[in-house]
Design a protein around this ligand. Structure first.
Ligand code: ATP
Ligand code: MG
Length: 189
C-alpha cells in the first residue's frame, strides 16, 4: 500500500512504569512459563487503548491537537486476572473490573482519532496486557495479590516490525486531567 513519507504505525496505550512492569513480571511468571510461546519482553508490556494503524505526519499533528483536549480523571487499574484468548493464542493479564474512567477515556480517544481523520476499528475494547504470543491455553487465574497500577497519563506509541520482533517507542504522553464537573469514580472499599 503506498503511503506518504513519514507515515508511521501508531497506537495509543497505557505504558507502565518500571515498578508496575516488575510487579507484572512477578505476578505472571508462572503463567508465562506454562504458556510456553513467545513471552513479551518486559519493556514491551503495554495496554493498548486504541490501535491507529498507518498515520501520516499531518494527521498525527491534527491528532495531537485533539488529544491535548482529552479530559479524563486519573484512575487505578487492578490487574487481578490472568487468562488467554484461545483464537489469537495470546496469554494476558487484565483488570476484571476496569473503572468507568478507562472506558470514558477510550471513547474520547476514539472520537479524537475520528476528528483527526482516522477510522479506527470499532471492535469492542477489551483491556489487557499481552504477556505471551503463540501461547498454549493458560488456565484462567484470579490473582490473590493483584498488581495495582495508578494511571496518570496515556501515550502515543510507534510500532515497528523488526526481524527480531515488534519494537514499540513511546513518543509522547498526555496527562490524565480531572474532568470538569464529573464525579470521581467511587472508591471500592
Ligand atoms: P506484530 O504485529 O509485529 O506481530 P504487534 O501486534 O505487537 O506485533 P502492532 O500490530 O503494531 O504490533 O500492534 C500494536 C498494538 O496494537 C498491540 O498491542 C496490538 O495487540 C494492538 N493491535 C494491533 N492491531 C490491532 C487492531 N486491529 N485492533 C486492536 N488492537 C490492535
Ligand atoms: Mg499486530
Amino acid at each position: 500500500m503506498p503511503s506518504s513519507p513519514g507515515t508511521e504505525r501508531l497506537f495509543l496505550a497505557l505504558w507502565p512504569d518500571g515498578a508496575v512492569r516488575e510487579a507484572v513480571r512477578r505476578a505472571a511468571a508462572e503463567a508465562v512459563r506454562a504458556a510456553r510461546g513467545r513471552p513479551v519482553p518486559p519493556d514491551n508490556l503495554h495496554l493498548t487503548l486504541l490501535f491507529l494503524g498507518a498515520v501520516p505526519p499531518a494527521v498525527r499533528e491534527a491528532l495531537a491537537a485533539r488529544l491535548a483536549a482529552v479530559r479524563c480523571a486519573p484512575f487505578e487499574l487492578v490487574l487481578d486476572r490472568i487468562g488467554g484468548f484461545p483464537r489469537s493464542r495470546v496469554a494476558w493479564i487484565a483488570p476484571s473490573r476496569p473503572p468507568a474512567a478507562l472506558h470514558r477515556l477510550v471513547g474520547q480517544l476514539r472520537a479524537a482519532a475520528e476528528e483527526a481523520g482516522l477510522a479506527p476499528e470499532r471492535r469492542p475494547f477489551s483491556p489487557h496486557l499481552t504477556l505471551v504470543r503463540k501461547a498454549r491455553p493458560v488456565p484462567a487465574q484470579v490473582l490473590a495479590r493483584p498488581v495495582r497500577w495508578g494511571v496518570r497519563r496515556f501515550w502515543l506509541v510507534r510500532s515497528q516490525t523488526l526481524p527480531d520482533g515488534a519494537r514499540y517507542t513511546p513518543l509522547r504522553a498526555w496527562p490524565l486531567a480531572a474532568e470538569a464537573g464529573a464525579a470521581p469514580d467511587p472508591t471500592p472499599v
